[in-house]
Design a binder for this molecule. Structure first.
Ligand code: ADP
Ligand code: MG
Length: 675
């Protein structure tokens, strides 16, 4: 068995299981090993059941005293009961519709059982217990995996245990580092994270794996920084800039002017620009990108503007055509949905230098997108992309200027270590005339009032967004889905209203059509997922309703709220949420009391860690699966220090180690790869 073998080579993995595993991102044995539990369940080993005074998950050694007769209850239910003795007390094992279970026991036999112990009136009952073998009694911590379809948790436990007993995982960090920080081996860490024997071994496994992620993350950043030692392009300040500014439909704010100055200074330098522009939702970042690109074009180079969604790319494209109407530029749009024929033409023209500005999505990262002379890449909504994607474009031409824009403000100290390779510009001012979006948080029970309010808004000629966390129904009935809400509202409150849905699973063409109709007012209510989160601009929309608001990060909520309040009319944001926990209460309070993206980001950080802010998740492009830059900041500092030592060392043996590490890290860190 090898770590790169396909999972279908495993016993018990047929075509159907394979498909389900693929859905979880598991293709090879290595992927399987890197599919860490999402949580653990602690079972307490109990030697005397008499001492237990509350309901608990337990493991217990017990002797069979009596096997009772099955009792049918209700229509479809049979209860089987076995009476056990443990220490000086007795308890009942009860199974629901598992009559075969009682056959596994013989009178006076001794068994080790695991299950939920419930304290009932006069007795203790172990519900649906399973027999565990002697070995598992030591392991009282059970992993719980995120499941898909019909896959069960015990399938994961069983199959992984089979894999682990047939495989040895090679080390990928230098011995000295392991020793210095007291880290266990990779093999041990992966074994223990799936099958921790004691709390301590789990802690050690997590520490080791976190260190590895943070070390790789640091290496990546440092590699990026190395590129900036390249000589850049020495752009001059184009005289046409003045004319462009005069032709803009509005005067720039002083913050916008300052940031543009900072960018133009970078463009003049012979070092490649590497700058992050952060500014709150609606602070006017797009125009800054256009001006930065314009100067590059006027120097005879090509420019790229990349957006995370087609909707946004489309919008930028339309906007660019307007802004540059009188400047005779060739601007094109390249997205996944662009027809093959057009893609081909665009790619050829790009290569020939016919196109000045290309706007698009990830499609721009395809290998066969080549440029005649690329000068600058602007990435909008940076947090949606990973380091990997940034580097991909670097490689198209590694002395180009890079500008990234983000509406998710990051506290400066954190930004410096996370985007160690970037300079930062901040737009700390909104264009004049913006009105505060009034925000309210309501209970699900008050939804009726909200929809009535929405109707009133529509009668006044404005439009409404409703955002749901899910596209379609899943097993979690508590969460509202786009499709269910659409059905519901179309038949009730919004019977005679033009209402449509929009989500990522729809075909691009359809998405564009819906968006276009919403923009020109044909559609009054748009029910969508967070695809509309970033950058979409419909000034006539005045009401944003967010269902299950507790499901979103604060920065995300702020982004969503930023879709309204873009015109002259008073706008509202209503967060629908059943406030259960203290934390959700606090979070909603922050949203209703503040409209300041920076403040919200900082509070978000305090409450949730950095995970949500940067869009880093299980499959985050930044390779941080279990490590968290905020919570593990101390470990990050050490990992960063070691990565620096390694990167900067020119000793022959270090170079060998470096290459080896890069190679091994690439192999054993699925999401941690270099380009
Ligand atoms: P974001 O920073 O969220 O990307 P946009 O660039 O989409 O914001 O700008 C939001 C809206 O504000 C757009 O309609 C844009 O035309 C407008 N805008 C940008 N700058 C100014 C300004 N200085 N004065 C007035 N309106 C502006
Ligand atoms: Mg924007």
């Amino acid at each position: 068995m090898y770590i790169n073998d396909d999972i279908s080579t495993l016993k018990g993995v047929g075509p159907k299981t394979k498909e389900l595993l693929n859905k979880c991102g598991i293709y090879t044995i290595l992927d399987f090993l890197l599919y860490f539990p999402r949580d653990y369940e602690q079972r307490v080993y109990c030697s005397d059941i008499g001492k237990i005074i509350e309901n608990k998950k337990i493991i217990v050694k017990a002797i069979v005293q009596e096997i009772k007769r099955d009792i049918p209850v209700k229509k479809n239910m049979v209860i089987s009961t076995v009476v056990f003795k443990s220490g000086n007390s007795t308890f009942e094992g009860k199974w629901f519709n598992q009559t075969y279970m009682k056959n596994k026991f013989r009178l006076n036999g001794e068994y080790i059982l695991s299950g939920n112990l419930e304290l009932q009136k006069n007795k203790k009952v172990l519900i649906n217990p399973i027999i565990v073998d002697g070995k598992s009694t030591i392991s009282s911590i059970n992993p719980k995996y995120s499941l898909s379809g019909s896959l069960t948790n015990s399938f994961f436990i069983k199959t992984l245990s089979n894999v682990l007993s047939n495989i040895k995982i090679a080390e990928n960090l230098p011995k000295e580092i392991l020793k210095k920080y007291n880290l266990c081996s990779l093999d041990e860490a992966i074994r223990n994270i799936h099958n921790p024997e004691r709390g301590q071994s789990l802690k050690e496994a997590i520490k080791r794996l976190k260190f590895q992620e943070l070390f790789t993350y640091s290496l990546k950043l440092l590699m990026l920084k190395k590129y900036s030692f390249n000589k850049g392009i020495n752009f001059s300040i184009a005289p046409e800039l003045k004319l462009l500014k005069e032709k803009l439909p509005f005067p720039l704010t002083s913050a916008q002017n300052r940031v543009i100055r900072e960018i133009l200074l970078d463009e003049k330098k012979d070092k490649p620009m590497n700058r992050l522009v952060q500014g709150d939702v609606g602070s006017g970042k797009t125009i800054i990108a256009f001006i930065a690109l314009f100067n590059v074009i006027k120097n005879g180079y090509q420019g790229v503007l990349m957006a995370p969604t087609e909707i946004l790319a489309n919008q930028h494209y339309e906007e660019a055509k307007k802004i540059f109407k009188e400047f005779n530029l060739n601007i094109q749009l390249l997205c996944g949905s662009t027809t093959n024929k057009n893609k081909k033409i665009i790619k050829e023209d790009l290569k020939l230098g016919e196109i000045d500005i290309i706007i698009g999505t990830h499609a721009l990262l395809e290998e066969d997108v080549e440029f005649y002379n690329l000068g600058m890449v602007v990435t909008d909504e940076q947090h949606r992309f990973g380091v990997r994607q940034r580097t991909t474009l670097y490689h198209k031409n590694n002395n180009i200027d890079v500008l990234v824009m983000s509406a998710t403000p990051i506290p400066r100290t954190l930004a410096l270590s996370i985007y160690g390779d970037l300079e930062i510009s901040t737009i700390d001012e909104l264009p004049p005339g913006r009105k505060k979006v009034d925000t309210f948080c309501i209970d699900k029970k008050q939804k009726k009032r909200v929809y009535n309010f929405a109707l009133k808004e529509i009668q006044n000629g404005t439009q409404v967004y409703i955002v749901c966390p899910l596209v379609e129904e899943n097993e979690d009935m508590k969460v509202t889905s786009v499709e269910r809400l659409y059905q519901e509202l179309k038949e009730s409150y919004f019977k005679n209203i033009d209402i449509e849905i929009l989500h990522g699973k729809m075909a691009s063409k359809l998405k564009d059509e819906v968006m276009e109709k919403f923009k020109n007012g044909q559609i009054k209510v748009l029910i969508s997922t967070t695809v509309i989160e970033v950058g979409v601009n419909v000034p006539n929309a005045t009401l944003m309703i967010i269902e299950n608001a507790e499901r979103f990060g604060l920065s995300q909520l702020h982004q969503l709220r930023g879709r309204v309040g873009r015109g002259s009319k008073k706008s509202y944001c209503i967060l629908v949420s059943d406030l259960k926990s203290e934390v959700s209460k606090k979070r909603m309070e922050i949203m209703t009391s503040s409209n300041d993206g920076f403040f919200i980001a900082e509070e978000d950080l305090k409450l949730r860690g950095s995970g949500e802010i940067f869009g880093v998740n299980q499959h985050g492009d930044d390779g941080l699966i279990i490590a968290n830059l905020v919570e593990d900041f101390n470990l990050f500092k050490y990992a960063n220090q070691e990565a620096k030592l390694l990167i900067n060392s020119d000793r022959k043996e270090d170079i060998i180690i470096k290459n080896e590490i890069l190679e091994n890290l690439q192999k054993t860190s699925k999401y941690i790869c270099f380009n």
